[in-house]
Design a protein around this ligand. Structure first.
Ligand code: QUE
Length: 344
């Protein structure tokens, strides 16, 4: 259950400050948090004293690790409405951030995964410090890259497909390279940004004046291999191409992909292919259809069990191999929901 302190809202002069405040759970989002945040963003959009919105995470370890997927799993198993209500209102929040009429600034430190990407990457400014670590790890829990992943990751060349299938963790130089982050600002200087924004200083200049060179992006050196392998026409072909590449990176990458849910891999592949030609709101509607169908499947419950509950990191996926996942089974996740569609 959401306690009132799970998310904090403060006016700091001209800035509206949102603090995700569940540090012991790496600030993972609950339904109460996403509903409260959407309501506050709407209020601040209309408030002429608020010039910009800033979002940050409490504690040392994380901006936001994602959604409170333990609660979502419990709800799915028990058949209560929490899981679908959570995704519905989380996606509505993500869309509100995408369309926000004022500058929106995420100050990102530590872990920023899944739902954390959803409340940062759709905003105009994503300021990352040297501790930030970005990932879309959902194929490892039997889910798929949601929170607008079909939009974001399909517009980053094939780097997005690489992130979606592998769940790779990107440090700040790589996050800048794939545009999940817009600026690198050392941790010691983010407080000064907040002070300047409170004083009503222009957002772009305030951030640019503290931004530094983050250094070379390791992914840049791998770009050719990534484009060549991850642009192929199905997950099986991507794995074959990695196997044929013969470098240590290709071997490790193929091995990582083979640990993920076969269903999730095929969902993510199709989702990004579809998302590439869809406008943002249609991407969110597609993802909500997919999330709804996840609840009647197997791998999400098993994946969250293995990664977050028992922590044995030994999920037994069903089907256990890509060959067992039919095109018809995948297509069913994308079918319209009739009167239960996401309404944006
Ligand atoms: C994939 C995910 C999540 C994840 C791990 C994955 C996710 C999420 C968390 C998480 C981690 C630590 C916590 C917590 C949640 O882990 O969405 O409450 O303390 O929230 O592989 O999508």
């Amino acid at each position: 259950m959401t306690s009132e302190n799970d998310i904090l809202f403060e006016r700091r002069g001209a800035a509206g400050l949102v603090t995700l405040n569940r540090p012991r759970a790496l600030n993972a989002l609950t339904h109460g948090m996403v509903v409260a945040m959407k309501a506050k963003l709407d209020e601040w959009a209309e408030d002429s004293a608020i010039a910009c919105v800033v979002v940050c995470g409490a504690g040392e370890r994380a901006f936001c690790a994602g959604g409170d997927i333990r609660a979502v799993r419990e709800s799915g198993l028990a058949g209560t409405s929490y899981a679908l209500d959570f995704w519905h209102d989380e996606y509505i929040l993500d869309a509100a951030i995408k369309h926000y009429p004022k500058p929106y600034v995420a100050l990102i430190h530590g872990v920023c995964m899944g739902g954390g990407i959803g409340v940062s990457a759709h905003g105009r400014f994503r300021v990352a410090d040297e501790t930030a670590l970005f990932a879309m790890p959902e194929t490892g829990i039997g889910f798929f890259p949601d929170v607008g992943g079909s939009y974001l990751l399909s517009r980053r060349g094939y780097l997005g497909m690489y992130m979606a299938l592998t769940g790779a963790r990107l440090k700040t130089p790589d996050a800048l390279f794939v545009q999940l982050a817009t600026d690198f600002v050392p941790a010691g200087l983010t407080g000064a940004i907040l002070e300047d924004l409170s004083a009503g200083r222009p957002v772009a200049e305030t951030i640019a004046s503290r931004a530094e060179d983050a250094g070379a992006a390791p992914l840049a050196a791998l770009r050719e291999d990534i484009e060549r392998c991850f642009s192929l026409e199905c997950v099986e072909a991507i794995l074959e191409a990695l196997d044929a590449t013969g470098t240590g990176w290709a071997r490790e990458t193929a091995a990582v992909i083979r640990t993920k849910s076969p269903t999730s891999l095929k969902l993510a592949f199709r989702e990004l292919r579809e998302g590439k030609r869809l406008p943002f709101d249609d991407c969110m509607r597609m993802e909500y259809r997919m999330a709804s169908r996840i609840l009647s499947g197997h791998d999400f419950y098993e994946g969250v069990r293995a990664v977050l509950i028992d922590k044995d990191n030994a999920p037994s996926w069903k089907p256990y191999a890509l060959g067992g996942v039919s095109e018809e089974a995948i297509a069913a996740y994308f079918a319209p929901l009739g009167d239960r569609e996401l309404r944006l």
